[in-house]
Ligand binder design. Sequence first.
Ligand code: GDP
Ligand code: MG
Length: 450
Amino acid sequence: SLSDRLTATLKDLRGKGRLSPADVDATCREIRLALLEADVALPVVRTFIARIKERAKGAEVSAALNPAQQVVKVVNEELVGILGGETRRIQFAKTPPTVIMLAGLQGAGKTTLAGKLAQWLRGQGHTPLLVACDLQRPNAVTQLKVVGERAGVPVFAPHPGATTAGEAEGAGVGDPVAVARAGIEEAKARQHDVVVVDTAGRLGVDEALMQQAADIRDAISPDEVLFVLDAMIGQDAVATADAFRAGVGFTGVVLTKLDGDARGGAALSVREVTGQPILFASTGEKLDDFDVFHPERMASRILGMGDVLTLIEQAEQVFDAKQAEEAATKIGSGELTLEDFLEQMMAIRKMGPIANLLGMLPGAGQMKDAIGQIDEKQLDRVQAIIRGMTPAERANPKIINASRRLRIANGSGVKVSDVNQLVDRFFEARKMMSSMAGRMGLPGARKNQR
Ligand code: GDP
Ligand code: MG
């Protein structure tokens, strides 16, 4: 999937100390392929890659983040941007009722969406009315009545007894434009503050379909026309959206069947291509499988990185750039002191409990047990021990002999064995980090390695 490919590409960067222009190019090539494979529209891919390149090569260097994190950050921000940036809410009319018209191909999920919207609106304290203007498909009216009942929202249909297009037609109320008008009147009379108008679709884009939708639109002047798009139709999404934009026009998009769209291509293309925001997302057949569309959440879903981005943001806030650079140099050259260690530990702990931080990392699910065993009290003890040392001891832990260990243990209220363990582990960790830093090409590492 798109997510897997992007994650793999960005993982390749992880071991790098610095990004060369060639690294940036190679990464962009991979991202480009991943997007194309996910059916993202070509012009969108082009714009996206150009922006990433620009920013990755530019001067946005942050010492708090390693190069891979920087690229992840840039890619994420651009993904959020392409998905619309901020969540766009329904614009309610100043004078009720607010009229929301649904348009889209047959099978896109309009009628299901009508029920979902009705339930969601009701939950927000509104008093919606559903209006059945699909008089083409047999049983379309019944289908809307069923979802309306599930949502606990009344449905206005051609005539009370009509359950099929045929019956409606027979009763002389087969004109969807007239039904739409009557539905709005009904809403006004019964003081419904929102009207959701379900319309007919065809299997493909055709003139008659567009004309009917445009006629309904003209008759009821909706506050919102929502174009309902099946996210699983892949490359066709863009052409379909374009046809509806030209034929009917719309103020927003609802993506349906996102549960089945592993590739994410429609989501990434539609906003950029149509210039209209995505308002809602449907993720299943049940009325609850529905939510307001959140660009940041969709972007992290596509990147498949859990809340790693939140972590990056927090890290940037906590570490000041110079301090991070100094620490990296010290780690590389094996000169890290217990004072540095204490500072780093306190900076990290400022971000919240360690278990929470680790829980945000991708793959955290599999590490649940290990994370559960992290003992904040143990970390408190480590902090207390280091605080019990003199500055000289912190700067040069090698001088901590037996009598000093006893003094530190007494001073910080722990056993001598605790102090021993901390000092031993510190030396071990320092050695390990230094050799790791050498392999990663961190600054300061070289003089020690060769
Ligand atoms: P319409 O022709 O546009 O009114 O589409 P319908 O609302 O009748 O939906 C067509 C089919 O898609 C139905 O079988 C729905 O249950 C199904 N469907 C609608 N939305 C979703 C969704 O978000 N996820 C999945 N998996 N199925 C959906
Ligand atoms: Mg329908």
